[in-house]
Design a binder for this molecule. Sequence first.
Ligand SMILES: [Zn+2]
Length: 332
Amino acid sequence: MTSYKELGLVNTREMFAKAIAGGYAIPAFNFNTLEQMQAIVQAAVETKSPVIMQVSKGARNYANGTILRYMAQGAVEYAKELGCKNPQIVLHLDHGDTFELCKDCIDNGFSSVMIDGSSLPYEENIALTKKVVEYAHQFDVTVEAELGVLAGVEDEVASEVSHYTKPEEVVDFSTRSGCDSLAISIGTSHGAYKFTPEQCTRDPKTGRLVPPPLAFDILHEIEKRLPGFPIVLHGSSSVPQEEVDTINAHGGKLPDAVGIPEEQLREASKSAVCKINIDSDSRLAMTAAIRKHFDEKPGDFDPRQYLKPARENMKKMYIHKIVEVLGSNNKL
Ligand SMILES: [Zn+2]
């Protein structure tokens, strides 16, 4: 058993309470590589922001759970080395699908886990979430649950259609499961293709797809029923069109990739939404920089030559999200 406290990590409890009171949201960035981790820590330190570093089951399989734990510990030490006296870094499991996976993460230094029982019948979702909560709380690890289903594809998580969270269920669910935060479905979606062209309208000037708006009425209804309770938005990348253009201009093929407009995320951040998950935007920033580099310098073959601009581009994106969208800067 390795407690996250030994690694210098924190859970989400205090961080979320402050975010709700302060009207901002904590960034939850997914990572699998050294360069993503470095960029996340540099961005969080430079902007004085708390940060959630999260890994999916797929990321654990890709990078190895033991390595990820030491990377998270390394992230804390690196933040201190960069001059941050009191880093607020969470290591979170994204979309845990079994009690055993959550337990394994808790036993190996994670400070927060998500148990995603959203595809199960309602009572089974409550029972599974409760089982994880009872184990996690013994070690002061916080638990995120999910009610409602998001569309889109993210690692092993895939659903063709979304089912909005039913506001009338949230009080019963959170009370009986004991979860610390709740991921809801109000129209965000996993991946870089969040909406089909048929679901969107087109901006007549630019020809770009304009996605349907998020269901803020449902969010406000949930807030009213669960005042002060931490709400989480998954699938909240914005799919920056300049990165998509760079990828497509340098040999890529991402037609009609579309995300959640940043002004809607800015609005959500001011509400009880206190954690916003961003994964695809980091993938796009990395891929855009690497494609551009190879196109312009086809003779390069030292990975540092193309991973350095990739890291810089991700860092720029992370800082932009923290300062311009979520408002979690200067909160340490
Ligand atoms: Zn998700």
